[in-house]
Design a protein around this ligand. Sequence first.
Ligand code: G16
Length: 563
Amino acid sequence: MSSFTVSIVDTVTFEGQKPGTSGLRKAAKIFQQEHYTENFIQAIFEAVGDNLFGSTLVVGGDGRYYGRDVIEKIIKIAAANGISKLLVGQNGIFSTPAVSTVIRKYKTIGGIVLTASHNPGGPNGDFGIKFNCENGGPASDSITNKIYDITKTLKKYKIVPELSVDIDKIQCVTVQVDGKPFTIDVIDSVNDYINLMKEIFDFSSIKKLLQGNDEHLPFKILINSMNGVTGPYVKQIFGKELSVSDSNLVNSTPKEDFGGLHPDPNLTYAADFVNDVKTGLYDFGAAFDGDGDRNMIIGKKAFFVNPSDSLAVLAANLNVIPYFQKVGVKGYARSMPTGAAVDRVAKSTNIECFEVPTGWKYFGNLMDAGLISLCGEESFGTGSNHIREKDGIWTSLAWLNIIASHRKSIEEILLNHWCTYGRNFFTRYDYENCDIDAANKMMKYVEELMKESDFVGRKFTSHNKTYIIKEADNYSYKDPIDGSVASKQGLRILFEDSSRIIFRLSGTGSAGATIRLYIESYEADSSTYLRDPQTVLKPLVDISLELSKLGEFTGRNEPTVIT
Ligand code: G16
């Protein structure tokens, strides 16, 4: 057995290693600075503390540029910090949901996910490092704050410089590090995840749906992995298990730069995919982001399923999915800016519904306490308590399972849903890469406005619609399990008719500031259900822009992305 010794390296501290909504995300070039990545990894290990000794850790990422180099660094630093074993995805590949699956299955101390999610990759793109805890979910604020505090004073890191392992080969290697065994187990990246999906869903009924029979034509699907990590998972699940032809599974080889794509499955960045489905050739389309936790679902002719509606439809139909038939359905949850369609399903079925700040990490405690089964966010994320991350492929399979059970199109399912519950029209405007000062000034301006004594009760009229402010605040959340408080999570203006305007600064961008404007309005009149949300919400959009002076502050006349 090869033997190695630990070296201690003097380092310099770096400013700004503060994890955002989901891990530390920066330009790859920043991570490539000498010591930068090593410092952050060492800080993660120090934040975990004594529990690290003798533990097992999962490591993998979305295959983006610089990921392999970082895995090599993690192997060397983990070995030097007393970890006993690493479970590394073959080729360095693990989707974010697969990391969560593997952490939970093998009861490891956690995992490190190398991804900047939906942000572009490559030498001029972004990179990211995220720490997930033993429940399989993203680290809580208290842990990420601890990591950040450590980075501010870090002077040294521990490393085994000579240690290196071929991560392209499935193998289990044990070496001696300062006299103690250290194991690197390079495992298949997809097996455990696929087995879990097969336990959850009715694969045979989905297969029948896709293949068709005497009564039904084959249900044609197009799955787009956007050159991200889901490719190998999609090929196995949809290709091998469900016999979908290769030509219907596109962009399914992970690429370091996502083939130049912006791997964010929304109407703007996945426009080519939307256009392909618009042709009418497919009954269903699903696209996933770089690390496989986000999804976009569209129906025939690209009938768009808003993520807030997707959550509500899943909530209303979980009973057809074998996993939920077995374990039952507890509560639901959504992030604060997410449209409240799911609240209506919860109310009608007498199931509790929670509201949390933006960030999947806030669902973890609720799931661990057995309070929720399903949760989702407007940012194209849905998932359940099968793991502790949102899960793109899971969502597409859930939709297919529901469609297979009802034998209805996506459009019919949504229309039926709205006819039962009414429709929460929702849109999000993103103003990406704004000047940081300008964005902060705008947020401050709105917050000050909200404090004016007569703000509540103020009337706004636009396009013959009048809205009266009922409540306004900077959203704050107290976790019902551990009592921790997350404050300043977004400026909310709530109207008497239950419409909402929310302003929030994104925590996942890597350059400048991204302002998100979320707008929602409820309609119970069925003649409106098929109207374009942009038309229905235009009065509120105009009111938001006028009230916030967003254009004046930022110089932006148009959003970068509209969802
Ligand atoms: C992350 C978080 C999500 C959050 C999203 C958007 O997703 O996991 O919970 O909704 O960012 O956050 P923001 O509005 O702050 O940009 P992902 O897919 O980027 O990991």
